[in-house]
Write a new protein. Structure first.
Length: 122
């Protein structure tokens, strides 16, 4: 008898559940399939094509278990991505340029968000 192995790391406890599921679907495959138990989602499909199974308790992922088509090296890459860029990722800066037919005077900076709006340099 095969003993189930929970691949869900304790360090992932604070990850947004929807984002974790989306990441797993993107890396492992879609669409996901239920096979008799409404609390267990198999990715990308059930039975012999299953790479991992997500077991839910309510809206929270309680366990991630290897399936019949589980690939250890693929899982290690996913774990490295979660442990690195996702959990400890660098601060990201975004920029957006918008133009107006009216002249913009002055500037604005959100005290909590850090968002800053500046007029174009002439």
């Amino acid at each position: 008898m095969l003993v189930a192995q929970n691949l869900l790391s304790d360090t992932w406890a604070d990850l947004d559940q929807a984002e974790l599921r989306l990441l797993l679907q993107e890396r492992i495959g879609r669409p996901g399939q239920y096979d008799g138990n409404p609390d267990v989602l198999h990715l990308p499909l059930a039975r012999e094509k299953c790479r991992v199974s997500l077991t839910y308790k309510g809206a929270k992922i309680a366990a991630i278990e290897p399936g019949a088509a589980f690939d250890r090296s693929e899982w290690e890459r996913i774990c490295a991505e979660i442990e690195g860029p996702i959990l400890k990722g660098p601060r990201r800066v975004g920029r957006e340029f918008s133009f107006s037919t009216f002249r913009v005077e002055g500037w604005w900076r959100g005290t909590r968000s850090g968002v800053q709006i500046l007029p174009c340099a002439q």
